[in-house]
Every structure is written in structure tokens, then in C-alpha cells.
Design a protein around this ligand. Structure first.
Ligand SMILES: Nc1ncnc2c1ncn2[C@@H]1O[C@H](COP(=O)(O)OP(=O)(O)O)[C@@H](O)[C@H]1O
Ligand SMILES: [Mg+2]
Length: 278
């Protein structure tokens, strides 16, 4: 299905609770390209007519705003504590592409009384579900509990790696933990910074070998992104959309089945359920 068709498909469900898809972009190792991938994915989807919200959930190295050159004055924490309205925390990159910074919002949320947490989450859910077709969550690397919560709550857990052995080992470790501890069975893999398609496929096969043998997870290959030496310059100029990179991301999105059935529990219920357990 082309990306345009996928957008039409999602739009068709508008108004129903099933309309919004949540994609978590995650990795075992840092620096593999999650943030630059997330903003490119958001833009591709927005240009095809979808309404997109990127949530920067990387608390430690929050940097979606740095890449885009737009700094939000307030974040999700302010919203949760009644210090900002939803409109005030949304940064509009373009008509269809918005982003919010989570600050330490989601973690702070768990300090509030349970009733209040639930009503805030309901509100956030209504706002997100009424306004966006796709929510992209840019997560911190590793297997921290907050990351596990976001990845396991998402409709589509998308794991990014590079061909470096350390990144591949960490990608496998992340899949294993999310599979074992959160019961997630279905993952998508993207291999970034490759020389060519073949190298990416080899990386996928090596991850598959391990996940097939030691986990119950099914890992689907979404494709590769080539190493583009011009990208760094573009990122420095706060315009992280290098032509070749964006084209690769577009292909990956076309391979992604956004029509995938959402979980029975909504993203927000699953997220809070997991965070409040500890
Ligand atoms: N396909 C690519 N080609 C060249 N450089 C890349 C590519 N993908 C990412 N990078 C570089 O890797 C760095 C880390 O990317 P980033 O998106 O910040 O990673 P993460 O969010 O996973 O920590 C960026 O500064 C970017 O220059
Ligand atoms: Mg990042």
C-alpha cells in the first residue's frame, strides 16, 4: 500500500476511537537515528495529508526541538500540573505536523492521585484522538521502565538499529525484554546507516535468528536507510530533511501496515496501567 493510500485508510476511520495509530520509535543503543527518523517520518506522513503529533519522550536527551529549531516554552509536565493548556504545549511545525515535548511529564504523572491521573489521561487521549491520525513517540534508548511502558503500549513498536554489532545486540536485547516482560509479540525493524539494502537485510536476518530461537516475538523487516554524509550538515542547519534519507523513510512507511488493528486497551490505558504498577 502506498503512503497516500495508508493515510486515506486511516482517515476513513476518523471519528471512531480506532482512528489514531501510535508508533513508538525505540532502540537499544543511542545515536542510531531515532530522532531524525521520527521527524522525517512525521513529515512524510503529514505531506501525504495525515495529521501527525510527535511526542518527544526522550527525557534525558530531549532533542526533537533542537533538530527542528523550535523550542517549546511549556511541555507535558506543565499540562499535567495545570500550568498550561494542551494548545500551549503544542508546537506547530506545519499545519499537519505538530510536536510536544514530554518533559518529565509521564513519570511525574505517577506521583498524582490515581483518580486525577486517570482523568488527565482521558483528557489527553480525547485531545490526541480527536486531532491526529498518527502519534509518533521518540523514546530514550535502552530498557528503562519508562521506555518499556511506551514501547509496549504502542500499536507499532518500531525498533531502529545500525549494522554496528553493539547496536544490533542491544536491539535484540530490547526486543527480548519487551517480549518477555510486557508480552509484546510483534515488532518492526529498520536498519539505519547502511551501505545498501543487502547489508540491512543481513542485520535483520541476524536479529531474526536470535528472536526466533530465544523469544516468542515476530520481527518484521520494514527496510533500510542509507548512510548519507550530507545529513549531518542539514541537522546542523536545523533542517533535518536530506533528500535521500527522506526517500528511504518514505519507502519504509509504505511497507508499514498502519491499518494494523489496535490493541484492545488504548495506548494511554496501557501506558498508565504499566507505569502505575511500580
Ligand atoms: N542515515 C544516516 N546517515 C548519516 N548520518 C546519520 C544517519 N542517521 C542518523 N545519522 C546521524 O546520527 C546522529 C544521531 O541521530 P539521532 O537521530 O540523534 O539518534 P538517536 O535519536 O537515536 O540518539 C545524527 O546526528 C545524525 O547526524
Ligand atoms: Mg534522540
Amino acid at each position: 500500500m502506498s503512503l497516500d493510500q495508508q493515510v486515506v485508510h486511516l482517515k476513513h476511520r476518523e471519528g471512531s476511537e480506532e482512528g489514531t495509530r501510535y508508533v513508538a520509535v525505540a532502540s537499544g543503543k543511542g545515536g542510531v537515528g531515532k530522532t531524525v527518523f521520527s521527524v522525517n517520518m512525521g513529515r512524510c506522513f503529514a505531506e501525504s495529508g495525515g495529521r501527525v503529533l510527535i511526542i518527544d519522550a526522550d527525557l534525558g536527551l530531549s532533542n526533537v526541538h533542537l533538530m527542528l529549531g523550535l523550542t517549546p516554552k511549556k511541555n507535558l509536565t506543565h499540562f499535567f500540573f495545570g500550568e498550561a493548556t494542551f494548545e500551549e504545549i503544542v508546537v506547530k511545525v506545519s499545519d499537519n505536523l505538530h510536536f510536544i515535548s514530554s518533559g518529565s511529564g509521564v513519570v511525574e504523572l505517577t506521583r498524582l492521585p490515581r483518580d486525577q491521573v486517570l482523568s488527565l489521561v482521558r483528557r489527553l487521549q480525547e485531545l490526541a484522538e480527536g486531532s491526529y491520525d498518527l502519534v509518533i513517540l521518540d523514546t530514550p534508548p535502552g530498557i528503562h521502565e519508562d521506555t518499556l511502558a511506551v514501547v509496549s503500549a504502542a500499536d507499532i513498536p518500531l525498533i531502529l538499529t545500525t549494522p554496528e554489532p553493539t547496536a544490533v545486540a542491544d536491539a535484540y536485547a530490547l526486543i527480548k525484554v519487551v517480549n518477555r516482560e510486557c508480552g509484546v509479540e510483534s515488532f518492526h525493524l529498520v536498519v539505519n546507516k547502511v551501505e545498501g539494502e543487502k547489508e540491512g537485510r543481513k542485520v535483520y536476518e541476524s536479529v531474526r535468528l536470535l528472536t526466533d530461537k530465544f523469544t516468542t516475538a515476530k520481527v518484521e523487516f520494514l527496510g533500510t536507510i542509507r548512510y548519507r554524509k550530507n545529513l549531518i550538515r542539514k541537522i546542523i542547519d536545523q533542517d533535518p530533511f536530506e533528500k535521500g534519507f527522506t526517500a528511504d523513510v518514505y519507502n519504509i512507511l509504505s511497507n508499514m501496515n498502519l491499518g494494523v488493528k489496535p490493541k484492545r486497551r488504548s495506548f494511554w490505558d496501557a501506558l498508565i496501567g504499566r507505569l502505575l504498577r511500580r
